[in-house]
Design a protein around this ligand. Structure first.
Ligand SMILES: Nc1ncnc2c1ncn2[C@@H]1O[C@H](COP(=O)(O)OP(=O)(O)O)[C@@H](O)[C@H]1O
Ligand SMILES: Nc1ccn([C@@H]2O[C@H](COP(=O)(O)OP(=O)(O)O)[C@@H](O)[C@H]2O)c(=O)n1
Ligand SMILES: [Mg+2]
Length: 217
């Protein structure tokens, strides 16, 4: 009888462990950086399809906060209209919640970190560093053209806000990109050409990591 009970409770414990288990796997984190309209979101969709990542877009999470009429919604809307950067703790909390809810361990964090403050805040709150940092390097005139044609009804897709976002990108985001370049984690993609041509630069980066994880087991 005791044995039966023991095996039963062990079974339950193992089942419970199975539910929690995905979180025990070390997360594999990719930051996806690049100016407005450089094609981050578009390429993330392809990476998800091919390599099975969870896609967390910082901009989408912030827009969802606005839509949900949360306490921070009005502040976030004003910040986005101005092309400025939302305080890091707000954005990191939203990313953290999504990571905890996900049963995936491979994350594409799109449009983050956009400032040194964003970067340090993630390190402090989440306590992990990215494995890979992708930089979609695109000429400004191409980015402006794409954003003005985006047609998603975004409040920041107008010439006035785009100019501000490009200034913020140069002043605040490029230092983050340089930081990861010095750390040897940066993969720069030439973000002109067709979506498929650009993905052919992205694919080998993740394919190499897939081979690595198979070797390690
Ligand atoms: N390689 C490409 N060539 C032309 N247009 C593109 C390309 N990749 C994306 N786009 C378009 O440009 C716009 C911006 O792309 P998006 O993926 O939203 O960029 P980001 O997330 O970096 O702002 C979208 O309308 C998208 O369909
Ligand atoms: N880490 C982030 C990401 C976005 N944002 C805000 O959200 C806006 C839109 O970000 P996004 O990533 O959706 O924009 P795209 O680069 O995709 O065009 C930014 O211009 C910022 O105002 C932010 O404050 N902090
Ligand atoms: Mg985007």
């Amino acid at each position: 009888r005791l044995n039966t009970w023991e095996s039963l409770t062990t079974g339950i414990a193992q089942q419970a462990k199975g539910v929690i288990a995905p979180k025990e796997k070390t997360p594999f984190i990719t930051f996806v950086l690049g100016g407005p309209g450089s094609g981050k979101g578009t390429q993330c969709i392809k990476i998800v399809e091919t390599f099975g990542f969870a896609h967390l877009s910082a901009g989408d999470l912030l827009r969802r906060e606005i839509a949900s009429k949360s306490a921070d919604g009005a502040m976030i809307l004003n910040t986005i209209k101005e092309g400025k950067i939302v305080p890091s703790q707000v954005t990191v909390k939203l990313i953290q919640k999504e990571m905890e809810l996900s049963d995936n361990h491979k994350f594409l964090i799109d449009g983050f970190p956009r400032t040194e403050e964003n970067r340090v805040s993630f390190e402090q709150i989440i306590g992990v560093e990215p494995n890979v940092v992708l930089f979609f390097d695109c000429p400004e005139e191409e980015m402006v053209k794409r954003v003005l044609n985006r047609n998603e009804g975004r409040v920041d897709d107008n010439l006035e806000t785009i100019k501000k976002r490009l200034t913020v990108f140069q002043a605040l985001s490029l230092p983050v990109i340089n930081y990861y370049s010095e750390k040897g984690k940066l993969y720069t993609i030439k973000a002109i050409g067709t979506e498929d041509e650009i993905f052919e630069q992205v694919r080998p980066i993740f394919a190499a990591f897939e081979v690595c994880s198979q070797t390690v087991g």
